[in-house]
Ligand binder design. Sequence first.
Ligand SMILES: Cc1cc2nc3c(=O)[nH]c(=O)nc-3n(C[C@H](O)[C@H](O)[C@H](O)COP(=O)(O)OP(=O)(O)OC[C@H]3O[C@@H](n4cnc5c(N)ncnc54)[C@H](O)[C@@H]3O)c2cc1C
Ligand SMILES: *[C@@H]1O[C@H](CO)[C@@H](O)[C@H](O)[C@H]1NC(C)=O
Ligand SMILES: *[C@@H]1O[C@H](CO)[C@@H](O)[C@H](O)[C@H]1NC(C)=O
Length: 623
Amino acid sequence: MKQLAVVILLVLVNYAAPQSLTIAESLLNILQEGIVHTNKEPRDEPIVRSEYDFIVVGAGSAGCVIANRLTEVPEWSVLLIEAGREENFVMDVPIVVNYLQFTDANWKYKTEPSGTSCLGHTNGQCNFPRGKVIGGSSVLNYMIYTRGNRRDYDNWRAMGNDGWSYDDVLPYFKKSEDSNINGMLTDVGYHSKGGYLSVSNIPYHTTLADAFIQAGLETGSKIVDYNGKTQTGFSYLQVTMKNGTRWSSSRAYLHPAGNRKNLHVKKFSLVTKILIDPKTKTAYGVEFENKRTTYRVTARREVIVSAGAINAPQLLMLSGLGPRDHLKDLKIPVVEDLKVGYNLMDHIALGGLTFLCNASSLNVNDILDNSQNFVDYFQYRRGPFSVPGGCEALAYYDMKNPDAVDGYPDMELLFQGGSIVSDPTLRRNFGIDDALYNKVYKRIENEDTWMVLPMLLLPKSKGRIMLKDKNPKHKPLIYPNYYAVKDDMDTMIAGIKKTIELSKTNAMRKIGSRLHEVKIPACARFQFGSDDYWECAARHLTFTIYHQTGTCKMGPKTDPDAVVDPRLRVYGIRNLRVIDASIMPEIPNAHTNAPVYMIAEKGSDMIKEDWGKPTNSFFRGKR
Ligand SMILES: Cc1cc2nc3c(=O)[nH]c(=O)nc-3n(C[C@H](O)[C@H](O)[C@H](O)COP(=O)(O)OP(=O)(O)OC[C@H]3O[C@@H](n4cnc5c(N)ncnc54)[C@H](O)[C@@H]3O)c2cc1C
Ligand SMILES: *[C@@H]1O[C@H](CO)[C@@H](O)[C@H](O)[C@H]1NC(C)=O
Ligand SMILES: *[C@@H]1O[C@H](CO)[C@@H](O)[C@H](O)[C@H]1NC(C)=O
């Protein structure tokens, strides 16, 4: 948080004199908002009880939903345990998103060096940020709201997961949503008002983004509601914001439940073990550490792990649930032999596909330096401060069936009204090697630029998470295994070429777009623009789009790789569920936050059903 405070203070110090009145008013607004925010987040429970009905591990996207929904039942008590700190209202200002990864609200994971990807990153390692804060990764994320394709979920169902077809899950996407989209196409029947999660348009966009949308129309694509009937086409982003402010899972789901007597929240508390009776194979509580004291708390009904796709498999394995050989190697007593940590999936893009132009791009330093932007945002919630990082628009393509009107997109072109030179923090977010950056990008730091992240939506390569040892404070080992399957690289190259094609449209020429054609030094032996060159580039600048999923796979009894059943119960263990991004059997072709909300809403209903409680779908409980 120090860096953020510094940024805000710099702006104030620089501009307080000429516009002191307006700035003073804005500052008052900020302070007021800060106080309101702090009062609404449930307090850190000073003394936890020894027993609750449910214990939820992790207050992230999923955990906040579950804590809210379970405490709708007045006679149930819930303890929500979070390793990280409280959320801060400054975290909810969209433009500062890139800065959050440098704070203590990030777990700061790194992948193991592979020799085949992340080669242009420091030590050949990709950074994997994850939220360590009330709200979890929904506090660090870029707020892009995408649900995926109907085929994603119909495929989950076809894999044997009863209850997870598109028709089954659409009501849960809608249940979570409070649509506040203005001035954008929305398909009838796919959106709803009144859920907890505000979804809206970004109140500001650049002329660059307009040109990108025009480029789509010029090449015969349509503007679509990508969360509606068909997905293939172009759109400005739908985002999880309300009135220009980040709508994290904490703001959406925890604040409204903050006053419920049956909800206790414990912050700064690392769950180190799920307590399981090895004879009856029943989970009966957790062990957690807070300020060097170890606590044991019992769950009368269930323990629910919502620690995210990296920490959930870690916690399961620490508790003796995992691959027998691996646990034996680490001298962890095996409670149940399960394929925990396998099936790791993610979305990656070629980073650094940069175009020069002559229309003004989003330069984060300039934006933060401009007092009018500051006032616009803190008084009226509009202007460039409301753009998440630099993300503005996207296009979906089915590269294998380019002419299909209702294709199954395997490529997303994520448009940014700036590039890695527009924000000094961005290259550090990804950990790009300094020498590479200086050689290729430093020379265009003062230029206007835009960038597309061509993102592989349906990767076939799968990785794995393993424990380093049995110390719960040690970070797990992460092997993403990017580009292991050749088809993934072919699709990536097709996406890169599609982007370059779009840069040559009239709309893009009008803003003077031209590809930045400086070679990455390690790829110098290839001809710029050849397939070999792009493959080399993609293996060097391997940008995660942060969608780690799948490490506690959901599947039917007949699936030897399944860790949880279609009701999200861990196989072989009673009273234990996993409900978060790790249960996805296949990654949907979506940014994963909206699917996680859907999973958590559905999982909460399953818990209520299994314990004989009504699942009144729009009941919001007391405020
Ligand atoms: C930088 C970034 C940008 C992203 N951008 C987007 C985007 O624009 N759109 C989108 O849809 N998705 C985006 N995502 C992905 C999306 O946010 C995640 O898929 C989603 O938040 C995952 O939810 P979850 O509940 O599975 O895990 P999380 O939200 O990560 O929650 C897990 C929580 O559990 C806590 N925890 C973990 N282990 C323990 C333990 N042992 N004890 C106690 N607490 C523990 C963590 O601190 C955390 O708060 C982004 C993610 C990141 C990191
Ligand atoms: C958005 O926030 C601003 C600043 O607090 C406020 O003036 C405005 O009324 C809000 N708009 C909506 C639609 O809530
Ligand atoms: C931007 O470049 C285009 C194409 O080169 C040119 O036609 C246009 O006049 C330029 N605009 C500005 C503002 O320089």
